[in-house]
Design a protein around this ligand. Structure first.
Ligand SMILES: [Fe+2]
Length: 423
């Protein structure tokens, strides 16, 4: 994020002495400056001023990170995954957004997980890539070393790689916290074509700087009822020899991680709400790139929001059949009626998996039913990946097993090859 921000106490010039109040002594103690930067000092960065030496650890041990194994989508079929079946009501109380997330789909560039959480998470940082956590329902407080956010339905919470943070669900809300977690192995940012060469959002972008929420900070240990000297465990997801090249470590700090008195720069977590996305519409059907909201390496994130639809007198409002020859397309259906999927069993909480190598489009009858419709009340979050996605244990557990036949009357004509289900 190329928009400079500063919060809290920072010295007038970078890399110069910054001290605590003197309190009767000649000088106060120095704060410890940390540069958190991308691409080896060659891209966006921030400077954070800590009360403690940021490299201090008192202990380290393994964090058993859970099942991140994946299974190829082979034989190749489109799939319908029912995410709301992944967690029962009694699971929620003891589940947190970090350790409770279940892997639905993943490849070497991105992992999509889901958690329905009622418990506060441990302190956590992802050392592999940025995270984009979409809040399907519920509310939470997200505390980070940059400051805190209050988040709720429709929020995309963008957490840069290596940001120490934790999730605290609000228990007072009717809906539990439902978090759709998109973990990159890279950075996640607004599409480059939305930005000027210096990083300002351009006029044709469907959102801009005013739509982004920044952390309210800085946030210190005493602000969350902790003592500065408290030992704290931080779970770190990092590269290693586990499934997907991922392993976990727990670091014990001899102090509380909220010790940043001030920071400035262009690298920080932020929040964007889907309701602030201004849809681009046309006389005839607009292609999915107009719905793009973020991009990472080898994948994009798009959202479909309630909107006026195509207004040519002979327009066909639902999509044409399409074969994204370079992509797998993952749609998460969040709200409303998804016109193109009528009759397929897909509803709120569903994911459709439309893999590369196979054309997809509206279910039978949906095209005719859409003629003359002026408005779609639908909300969906889409991830398109350029490398094939494999199914995680969560995805396998809630595959409806019949979506592939929804264009052929719901019936599979048995060719004698056995079941297509895997896992
Ligand atoms: Fe599609």
């Amino acid at each position: 994020m190329a928009h400079y921000q500063q919060q809290g106490s920072i010295p007038p010039k970078r890399h110069t002495q910054h001290r605590r109040p003197a309190r009767g002594r000649q000088f106060g103690e120095l704060y410890y400056e940390e540069l958190m930067g991308e691409e080896g000092f060659s891209s966006d960065s921030s400077l954070l001023y800590h009360r403690n030496i940021p490299s201090t650890i008192a202990d380290a041990r393994e964090w058993p990170i859970g099942d991140l194994s994946t299974t190829p989508n082979h034989p190749l079929v489109p799939r319908h995954l029912r995410l709301h079946d992944l967690f029962s009501a009694k699971d929620v109380k003891g589940t947190d957004v970090v350790t409770g997330r279940r892997l639905v789909l993943g490849n070497g560039d991105v992992r999509i997980s889901y958690a329905v959480a009622g418990a506060p998470s441990p302190w956590y940082r992802n050392g592999i890539g940025d995270e984009c956590v979409y809040i399907e329902r519920g509310r939470a407080r997200v505390e980070t070393v940059f400051g805190a956010f209050e988040v709720g339905q429709g929020d995309y919470v963008i957490i840069p790689r290596a940001t120490t943070h934790r999730w605290i669900p609000k228990r007072s809300t009717k809906d539990p916290l439902r978090a759709y977690c998109i973990e990159a192995n890279s950075h996640i940012a607004p599409p480059k074509r939305y930005l000027s060469k210096y990083g300002q959002f351009l006029e044709h972008s469907p959102y801009c700087e005013r739509d982004l929420r920044l952390p309210q900070g800085p946030l210190l240990a005493e602000d969350v009822g902790a003592r500065a000297g408290d030992h704290t465990e931080v779970l770190i997801k990092h590269r290693g020899n586990g499934p997907g090249g991922i392993v976990g470590t727990v670091h014990t700090l001899p102090f509380h991680p909220l010790d940043v008195v001030g920071w400035d720069g262009c690298l920080y977590p932020y929040v964007f709400n889907l309701a602030d996305f201004e849809p681009i519409t046309g006389r005839v059907h607009q292609p999915p790139p107009v719905h793009q909201v973020f991009e990472g390496w080898n994948f994009v994130i798009c959202n479909f929001v309630p909107r006026k639809v195509d207004y040519h007198p002979l327009a066909v409002p639902v999509p044409y059949y399409h074969s994204n020859v370079d992509s797998d397309e993952i749609m998460f259906y969040v709200d409303g009626d998804y016109e193109a999927r009528k009759g397929s069993g897909i509803g709120r909480g569903s994911i459709s998996v439309h893999p590369g190598g196979h054309a997809h489009g509206p279910q039978p009858g949906a095209t005719e039913a859409s003629l003359g419709v002026e408005y779609f009340d639908e909300t969906a979050v889409m991830v398109d990946t350029f490398r094939p996605l494999e199914l995680g244990e969560g995805g396998l557990a809630v595959d409806d097993g019949k979506y592939a036949w929804s264009w052929s009357g719901g019936r599979r004509t048995d060719s004698g090859g056995g079941d297509y289900s895997i896992g």
